[in-house]
Design a binder for this molecule. Structure first.
Ligand code: ADP
Ligand code: MG
Length: 245
């Protein structure tokens, strides 16, 4: 079976600054892959490039999703193919309420009952009529991002630091939401997949990740068991990994 996602020798710049320097990555359907790495290594850049944000300029290399070359597809076309993203720092949109946005995203016509049940589960009932992310706490923003993804239901979700700004109690909630999003809470879903960027690794306590990588200086290094990689980072920092390659 072909891979769900593959990048070949991906070089990406932002405003003439070379950030990704030859990323080779591939993942199969149904997998959860985790990216670690120091600040500024290029983790967010990789996700934003996969999603197709125009600021991230592909200088060289290819991106394939479900067997199709998507390197030069527009963002909305990638979304239609089944890609979705949860931002590290989602923007504030004062004139658009979360309720309104959910209505726009809900192209599959999910019932009011279903929407209310997930809104309730994510503890967002009191936030639906406020401007999007307007004055939301870090944790509320992350939950709002997950709500949007649960309505969109992409086949591959790119989740950038789901636990940043989330207090310890709510990390379990975020973890459950990710599992539910991926259908991993019920019958094992063979298809839904995720790439998750994590700094702290807390999310690994709630989500059953298959593979981990370290992003270091614009490259992908050290593929392995995510828990082993995390304990290695805790013991020796990131540099040791960069040296051993
Ligand atoms: P990470 O998510 O691993 O912390 P990023 O992908 O956000 O790293 O950033 C990688 C590098 O690209 C950093 O050096 C960062 O300063 C730079 N960068 C990110 N966004 C911009 C931008 N809009 N303009 C210029 N440089 C940027
Ligand atoms: Mg980042």
């Amino acid at each position: 079976m072909e891979e769900m996602l593959k990048t070949e020798d991906l070089w990406v710049s932002i405003e003439d600054r070379q950030v990704l320097k030859g990323v080779y990555f591939s993942m199969n359907y149904g997998e959860i892959n985790v990216l670690f790495g120091p600040n500024g290594a290029g983790k967010t850049t990789l996700m934003m490039t996969l999603m197709g944000f125009p600021k991230y300029k592909v200088e060289q290399g290819k991106i394939y999703f479900k067997g199709e070359d998507i390197t030069h597809l527009d963002l909305y076309e990638r979304a239609k193919l089944g890609l979705g993203i949860s931002f590290q720092r989602p923007p504030t949109v004062k004139g658009v309420s979360l309720e309104k946005l959910i209505g726009i995203i809900n192209t599959n016509g999910r019932s009011r009952e279903y929407l209310d049940s997930i809104i309730d589960k994510l503890n967002l009932s009191g936030h639906m009529h406020r401007g999007l992310n307007d004055g939301f706490s870090g944790g509320e923003m992350k939950r709002s991002e997950l709500l949007q993804l649960m309505v969109q239901r992409p086949d591959l979700v790119l989740i950038d630091e789901p636990e940043s700004g989330v207090d310890i109690e709510n990390i379990a909630l975020v973890g459950e939401a990710i599992n539910s999003l991926l259908g991993k809470d019920k019958v094992k879903d063979k298809k839904r997949s995720a790439i998750i960027i994590t700094h702290t690794g807390y999310i690994l306590d709630f989500v059953n990740a298959d593979k981990g990588y370290i992003v270091f200086d614009g490259k992908l290094l050290c593929r392995g068991n995510p828990r082993d990689i995390l304990s290695e980072i805790k013991k020796h920092g990131y540099r040791r990994c960069a040296e051993c390659r």
